[in-house]
Write a protein that binds this ligand. Structure first.
Ligand code: GAL
Length: 375
C-alpha cells in the first residue's frame, strides 16, 4: 500500500471517530448570542436539550439561566431563578444585592473570614464583599467573568484563566467547568490546575424551586449528613462539627424545609433560616448521593450527587422581593433554595477541615450531578 493509501485510511478513521462521538451524544447542543458585556465582550448562551429536559448555560459566569424539567404529568417548567437577559445578571452580580443566581462560584466558594488566609507562610488579603469577610470569590469572582466555551458531547465545556494575583489569589489558575445533560442528569465537572500553591473551591449557585413558583417551604429535603458546621454572626464556621441529632438541622429523613425554619434556635437566628454547611457522611471522595429535594405538589424530585465533603443548604433568606427576576416577578423570601456542594467554608483558616489547597502538578477535579426525575 502506498503512503497515500495509508494516509487516506488514517484520515478516514479520524473522520469515523468524530462521527461516532456525535452519534453517541443523545443531547442536542446549540448556541446563540446572549448579548454583550458593558465593555463589548460578546456572551453566548448554550442550550442543552435531551428531549424532556433542557438547560441553558451562559458563558458569563457559567450561569445556568434556565432548567426546564417535566412534572409527574409531563408538564414542563423552569425550576431555577434568574433573569430574562444578560443585563439582568450583569446588574445583579455587580450590585449590592448580588444573589449569584445559577453561577459558577470561584476561586473560593462561600466565606473566608476577614478575606485573609496564610499559605506557605505568606499572608494573602482578598477584597471584602460581605461585611468583614470575602464571599464567593470576592467582587470579581468566577460568576462575574466571561468564560471561553466549546461544545462537547451532550454539553458545553467552559474554561477560564484566572491570573496570578487576580481577586487576590496566588498563582495562575486554569479552570474548566463541563456541563452535560443526559436523561435529566445535569452533570457538572470542575477541573483546575495552578502554577503556584493556591486554594480552590468551586461550586454552582443555582436556586431551585421544583414547583416553578411560590416558595420552597413545602419542599421535602433530605441531607445525608449527621453533622453541620455552626457559624458565628458573620456566618463563619466556629470550627465545631455539631451533631444534627435532636436539632432543627436534622434532615437525615425527608422533612419539609418550612417545618422547623422558624424554631427558636440560635443557629437559625444567625442564618435568618438555613444558611449552613452540612458535613456529608460519605466523605469518601466518591460520587454519591448527598441530598434529595422533593416537591409533593408537582412530583419533581432532585437528587444531588457529589464527591465533595460538604453541602451548603441556603433557604433563600436574603430574598425579599427587591430582586425582579424572570418575567419581572419579584423573588420573595424562600422563593427558592440552593444546595451548593463544596469544601467547608473558611477551610483555609481551619487546619482541621479538609484541605482546599491545590499545588502545582496536582489536578483539582470534582463532580456534582443534579439528577431530575418524578415520583
Ligand atoms: C449563599 C450564602 C448566603 C448568601 C447567598 C447569596 O451561598 O451562603 O449567605 O450570601 O449565597 O445571597
Amino acid at each position: 500500500m502506498g503512503v497515500r493509501d495509508v494516509l487516506k485510511r488514517i484520515v478516514g478513521g479520524v473522520a469515523l471517530a468524530a462521527v461516532s462521538i456525535i452519534a453517541e451524544a443523545k443531547t442536542t447542543v446549540t448556541s446563540q448570542p446572549f448579548g454583550k458585556m458593558p465593555d463589548g465582550t460578546p456572551v453566548e448562551i448554550y442550550s442543552l436539550s435531551d428531549g424532556a429536559f433542557e438547560a441553558r448555560i451562559a458563558t458569563y459566569g457559567g450561569v445556568v439561566v434556565s432548567l426546564k424539567t417535566p412534572d409527574r404529568s409531563g408538564k414542563t417548567v423552569d425550576v431555577v431563578l434568574g433573569f430574562d437577559d444578560l443585563d439582568g445578571y450583569v446588574a445583579n452580580f455587580n450590585g449590592s444585592a448580588d444573589a449569584y443566581f445559577g453561577a459558577v462560584i470561584g476561586r473560593y466558594a462561600n466565606r473566608i473570614a476577614h478575606g485573609s488566609f496564610t499559605l506557605d507562610g505568606h499572608k494573602y488579603s482578598l477584597p471584602l464583599n460581605n461585611g468583614a469577610n470575602t464571599l464567593h470569590g470576592g467582587p470579581h469572582g468566577f460568576n462575574n467573568v466571561v468564560w471561553k466555551a466549546k461544545p462537547v458531547a451532550n454539553g458545553v465545556e467552559l474554561s477560564y484563566l484566572s491570573k496570578d494575583g487576580e481577586a487576590g489569589y496566588p498563582g495562575n489558575l486554569t479552570a474548566t467547568v463541563r456541563y452535560t445533560l443526559v436523561k435529566g442528569d445535569l452533570r457538572i465537572e470542575y477541573s483546575a490546575t495552578a502554577d503556584k500553591n493556591t486554594i480552590v473551591n468551586l461550586t454552582n449557585h443555582s436556586y431551585f424551586n421544583l414547583a416553578g413558583q411560590g416558595d420552597i417551604l413545602n419542599h421535602q429535603l433530605t441531607l445525608y449528613a449527621s453533622r453541620f458546621t455552626p457559624v458565628d454572626a458573620g456566618l463563619i464556621p466556629t470550627g465545631e462539627l455539631k451533631a444534627v441529632e435532636s436539632t432543627a438541622f436534622d434532615f437525615r429523613k425527608a422533612t419539609a424545609v418550612g417545618s422547623r425554619i422558624n424554631a427558636d434556635d440560635a443557629q437559625l437566628h444567625l442564618g435568618r433560616g438555613y444558611d449552613h454547611n452540612w458535613v456529608l457522611d460519605s466523605g469518601s471522595g466518591k460520587l454519591v448521593e448527598a441530598a434529595e429535594l422533593y416537591d409533593p405538589s408537582s412530583g419533581r424530585l432532585l437528587k444531588v450527587l457529589t464527591d465533595q465533603p460538604g453541602i451548603q443548604f441556603y433557604s433563600g433568606n436574603f430574598l425579599d422581593g427587591s430582586i425582579k427576576g424572570k418575567g419581572g416577578k419579584p423573588d420573595g423570601l424562600h422563593a427558592a433554595l440552593c444546595l451548593e456542594t463544596q469544601h467547608f467554608p473558611d477551610s483555609p483558616n481551619h487546619p482541621d477541615f479538609p484541605s482546599a489547597e491545590l499545588k502545582p502538578g496536582q489536578r483539582y477535579h470534582t463532580v456534582t450531578v443534579y439528577s431530575f426525575s418524578t415520583r
